[in-house]
Design a protein around this ligand. Structure first.
Ligand SMILES: Cc1cc2nc3c(=O)[nH]c(=O)nc-3n(C[C@H](O)[C@H](O)[C@H](O)COP(=O)(O)OP(=O)(O)OC[C@H]3O[C@@H](n4cnc5c(N)ncnc54)[C@H](O)[C@@H]3O)c2cc1C
Length: 354
């Protein structure tokens, strides 16, 4: 098994069949390899929490790859399955193909830089759903944040606040310019603080980002009008949204977004708070993955060309390919699709005669 190796080129015959590939390998057993493994472990641990440090570690990994690799040429027996992740760390690609998800915090393995997709394209493959991504805006726990209302930059409510985090992220990224502001009352804040007490939720994953966000990412005002002004929201629109929400909450029936009755609570007494939960917020990060990839034949996983034909022995799986998760993501769907698409390609490749 060749660990810490990057495939950089596919070699084809005139029919497009893959004959072999070129790869760069961090020399096995070398000091550089040990260093690579160490940096990789740290990167995996902190990538979601300390972005600047994660970026530096990723750059270090790239540096080691560039300076301490040996080139290997590998002959292919049956075929090749491209399974090299998505492209969230290739910022130019994200900006170009999936600009709505560009502001989100990149989430993935260091290899999620689009090179698997690009390899497939160099062999004649086409891509699809490249504009699709998934941004994860979880506001629960603490549970009482869900009782507030979320508005867009026009001060209008746009989502059921109790929805699953990727659904809220999608509503922001796809339809509301990536913007979301969560409005809540002092009574809700008191409950939020209680819900964040030690032992009630995960310290690093849930308490820390919530407290940081309350301290540095939240505006406070005595009235809704003043809050709108402080948050640069249209005063009248926010006033109307809150009034409408209070009516729905009072009758415990959300005719607009169908939030469950247990999460409907009027915003009555000030002070009131507005917390920025936008996709691009750097303090309250919104982890984001890409969902588009190479178009594959649904029965075999073979990579498709522009004309609909398939490349003889080139497959794609996971986030390098279009799959079950590629239009819309819910937890587990990407991993499940990776397993499914990997098995599909594996089953077919084993039928190819050498
Ligand atoms: C913290 C976190 C939590 C997540 N939670 C969930 C969840 O709850 N549910 C869910 O469904 N999904 C979740 N995901 C997303 C999911 O893990 C990914 O979508 C999935 O792992 C993608 O799998 P993959 O095999 O396509 O790519 P990856 O897992 O990224 O694997 C690709 C591999 O290919 C390697 N590679 C890249 N380029 C090359 C090359 N040129 N040559 C050789 N090797 C290369 C990479 O280094 C990497 O090891 C989460 C992801 C993260 C990071």
């Amino acid at each position: 098994m060749a660990m810490h190796s990057r495939v950089t080129q596919l070699i084809q015959d005139n029919d497009g069949r893959i004959l072999g590939f070129k790869m760069l390998q961090v020399a096995p057993g070398s000091v550089a390899e040990k260093q690579f493994v160490r940096y990789y472990r740290w990167f995996s641990k902190i990538r979601m929490y300390v972005q600047p440090l994660a970026n530096r570690l990723r750059a270090k990994l790239d540096e080691i790859e560039q300076e301490h690799t040996v080139t290997r040429l590998v002959r292919v027996k049956n075929g090749v399955i491209l399974s090299a992740g998505g492209f969230i760390f290739n910022r130019q690609m994200v900006r170009h193909y999936a600009p709505k998800y560009y502001p989100g915090a990149p989430l993935g393995s260091p290899g999620c830089n689009g090179n698997g997709i690009r390899l497939g394209e160099t062999a004649g493959g086409v891509t699809g759903n490249m504009a699709r991504g998934s941004s994860w805006r979880f506001i629960n726990p603490p549970k009482s944040w869900v009782e507030g209302l979320m508005v867009n930059q026009d001060g209008k409510r746009f989502v059921n606040e109790a929805s699953y985090g990727a659904r809220i992220g999608e509503a922001m990224a796809e339809h509301n310019h990536g913007k979301g502001i969560l409005v809540f009352s002092h009574a809700m804040l008191k409950d939020v603080l209680f819900q964040l007490m030690p032992g009630k939720v995960w310290l690093l994953l849930q308490t820390a980002p919530a407290v940081l966000s309350l301290l540095f990412n939240t505006k406070k005002a005595a009235t809704i009008d003043a809050l709108a002004q402080r948050s640069h929201l249209p005063v009248e629109a926010l006033r109307e949204s809150v009034a409408r929400y209070n009516i729905l909450a009072a009758k415990k029936e959300d005719d607009d977004f169908h939030k469950a009755a247990e999460y409907l609570r009027p915003l009555e007494q000030g002070p009131f708070y507005a917390m920025d939960v936008s996709v691009g917020n750097k303090l309250f990060i919104c982890p984001t993955i890409t969902l588009g990839g190479l178009v594959v034949d649904e029965l075999t996983g073979l990579v498709k060309r522009e004309d609909g034909s398939t490349i003889p022995n080139l497959y794609a799986a996971g986030r390098t390919a279009i799959g079950v998760a590629s239009h819309s993501y819910v937890s587990g769907l990407s991993l499940a699709d990776c397993v499914f698409s990997g098995r599909r390609a594996g089953a077919h490749i084993s039928t190819i005669n050498q």
